[in-house]
Design a protein around this ligand. Structure first.
Ligand code: GLA
Length: 380
């Protein structure tokens, strides 16, 4: 059953009525521009055909109560009395509620059912999708217009200030504002966006290594702190403001690790801009080379890959039909994204899966993806 039907069905099983609203917010895959967003740099993600779906109806008593189909668990809280942050999936809903209240939105209660096919911890933004679905639920119930950058910032505040993960703005921005059939180049300084078409006759293939990460763990937050230290050394507010020449000239006294972090961010920002031109010129070969170079830098300079991501990227890169492949998302586990010739996509998926399973004994999940639109109300 499609998730839209499933979430409506579950809602009527539980509440004995049809939902007043169904909302959808997608996960994402980042094509290039990794670990650049919190340095106010460039990213180029697209929304995927995997999403969080919420079926709901309003409540008059200021309570939010949501049942998760996957977890067979209910989260419930009073908008007027959120208490302190705790653990579990409900914190993403509470965090969004807290941030919206803090920014003066008037919120009313609701109850419903949530379901999702965005794998958790795989680097495909399951949490951002849940945050944007929650923000969309409040927005639709209040009959407000959807302001994608404002809601993305709300989601980021929920992560940073409620959940305690120091993530950037990319995941929420793409879930909130994606456009079907396109990737989006996002300038994480002013949140301006440009639509970028995928090269013709190509497919985006996601290869899940089945190894996992958590962003509240130390690795991600450490990288962010290292980028801040690098910016301080070079006397710029963010690494976005640093160019290659200045970087090379002023390395004296800089810790080698911090230098490598800076080299990654500065070179990755350049790669995003050039990758966008390659996509606009309908050139998958050049785009693929930038993807490969991005992986190398994430492995050697930023050190956020693991053995399985390196293996998966290498296997993908050497399999016929692949233009380029790299790890995607925060890293330390999760997925590789590959740009593949359409006619080879199915065979590519099978061949890489077999090779990977032979070496690791892990059975990877592989998705051939469609670029989807961003968060929306699908039934009013
Ligand atoms: C995670 C974060 C994003 C971004 C990526 C790395 O997905 O949520 O903000 O920093 O890692 O590019």
């Amino acid at each position: 059953m499609k998730l839209k039907e499933l979430v409506k069905q579950k809602f009527s099983d539980i509440y004995g009525a049809d939902p007043a609203l169904v909302v959808r917010a997608p996960g994402r895959v980042n094509l290039i521009g990794e670990h650049t967003d919190y340095s106010e740099g460039f990213v180029m993600p697209m929304a995927i055909d995997r999403a969080v779906w919420l079926a709901l109806r309003p409540r008059e008593d200021g309570i939010v109560s949501v049942y998760s189909v996957e977890l067979d668990d209910r989260t419930e809280f009073d908008i007027g009395d959120l208490g302190e942050p705790g653990d579990g999936w409900g914190e993403y809903l509470k965090g969004v509620t807290w941030a919206m209240l803090d920014e003066g939105y008037e919120l009313s209660g609701w109850e419903g059912v949530v379901t999702s096919d965005v794998p958790v911890g795989a680097g495909l933004s399951s949490s951002a999708a849940l945050e944007m679905a929650t923000a969309m639920a409040y927005t639709a119930l209040a009959s407000n217009d959807w302001n994608a950058p404002a809601m993305a910032k709300i989601g980021q505040r929920a992560e940073n200030e409620w959940v305690g993960a120091n993530t950037g703005i990319m995941d929420q921005m793409i879930s909130a504002s994606a456009v079907q059939d396109h990737a989006l180049m996002i300038d994480c300084r002013d949140l301006s966006t440009q639509l970028v078409p995928l090269p013709s006759d190509t497919k985006i293939v996601i290869l899940d290594t089945m190894t996992r990460h958590t962003h509240t763990g130390s690795g991600y937050n450490d990288r962010r702190a290292e980028c801040e230290a690098a910016a301080k050394h070079f006397n710029v507010e963010f690494l976005r403001d640093l160019d290659k020449v200045t970087l090379q000239k002023n390395v004296e006294g800089l810790d080698k690790t911090i230098l490598r972090r800076a080299i990654h961010v500065v070179s990755e920002n350049d790669r995003v801009v050039q990758a966008m031109s390659a996509m606009q010129n309908n050139d998958p070969h050049i785009m693929g080379l930038f993807m490969n170079a991005s992986h190398d830098s994430l492995r050697d300079n930023f050190e956020v890959t693991n053995r399985d991501l390196d293996l998966m990227a290498a296997l993908a890169q050497e399999t016929p039909g692949c233009y380029g492949a790299r790890m995607t998302g925060g890293g330390f586990g999760g997925c590789v994204v590959a740009l593949v010739k359409s006619e080879r996509a199915e065979a590519f998926a099978t061949e890489v899966a077999t090779d990977y399973a032979n070496v690791t004994d892990l059975q990877p999940h592989i998705y051939i993806c469609q670029p989807m639109g961003g968060a929306e109300v699908v039934k009013s």
